[in-house]
Write a protein that binds this ligand. Structure first.
Ligand code: ZN
Length: 279
């Protein structure tokens, strides 16, 4: 598995590819005449710092802000690497305040896994990404919003829109009009903070309805190695809708109907858990 790779994905947008060894998500950078807006704070200061160094090496404009897609550690714990205000949904800010008050020692982390406040997968990845957490500084957002928020970067803008969903209720997407890049964070993924990973019919449908109107040339998902073009993104939404329809129509038969299609099998499986229909 290669390290994170710097990619130009449109005229004004760069991406840093994810790395699943420690669950580092994709990072983004949107640039206008006035500055560069980072998408995600990254999993650690090392992670975000490496991306910022790549941007500086290419002469990108100064970083003027960091916008978060949701509160999860891998998207937010690296913000301290860059001296720029963090912009986030009010619910993201509230959850980060909870995280910032925690003790991040191994012992405290293990205790939270045992009492159900943390999940083992995240704790394991965090220990690998930031082995020494004695100096961990979780940056709280300086600017919060609900609904939507627009950032003017000078000739280029970014629209941050709250979409919610099962993965994290605070999930936001970032759309770059003109380039039509859509950063989805993890919003289309299953909920991990649950006894078993799950999706629900109502949340999947609501999310697909909210995402479909965006004009999309390039879709960036948090932990996908590649990006999706317009057709692939439309297919992704259609698969989610179809899985929800199948589980609603006949939960007992849904798995058999998608047998052999790995993506659909997985989606139907998560939906069966979420609807209390898993066997
Ligand atoms: Zn997440």
């Amino acid at each position: 598995m290669p390290d994170c790779v710097f990619e130009e994905i449109s005229a004004h947008v760069d991406r840093y590819t994810p790395d699943d060894r420690t669950d580092r998500p994709a990072l983004g950078a949107i640039r206008g005449e006035r500055g560069t807006l980072l998408v995600e704070g990254g999993a650690s200061a090392a992670h975000l710092g490496a991306f910022a160094a790549e941007l500086a090496a290419r002469g990108r404009p100064p970083i003027v802000g960091i916008v978060l897609t949701h509160w999860h550690w891998d998207h937010s714990f690296g913000s301290a690497a860059v001296d720029a205000p963090v912009i986030a949904h009010a619910d993201t800010a509230a959850e980060l305040a909870v995280q910032a008050a925690y003790d991040w020692s191994d012992a405290a982390l293990e205790k939270r896994v045992r009492d159900g406040r943390e999940i083992a997968f995240c704790a394991d990845c965090l220990r690998l990404e930031i082995p020494d957490r004695s100096g961990l500084r979780i940056v709280l957002p300086a600017e919060t919003f609900t609904g939507r928020h627009s950032v003017d970067l000078g000739g280029v803008g970014a629209d941050v829109v709250h979409v919610g969903g099962d993965h994290a209720g605070d999930s936001c997407v970032i759309h770059v009009p003109g380039d039509d890049v859509l950063f989805l964070g993890d919003c289309l993924y299953q909920r991990l903070y649950a006894p078993e990973p799950l999706l629900t019919i109502a949340a999947v449908r609501a999310l697909v309805d909210r995402l479909e109107p965006f004009p999309v040339a390039v879709a960036v998902e948090g932990h996908d190695d590649g990006t999706a073009g317009a057709a692939a993104f439309a297919d992704r939404l259609e698969e989610l809708r179809r899985a929800a329809d199948l589980v609603e129509a006949d939960a007992a038969a849904a798995s058999a109907l998608v047998a052999g299609d790995e993506d659909m099998e997985e989606l139907v499986g998560f939906l069966l858990v979420g609807e209390g229909q898993a066997r």
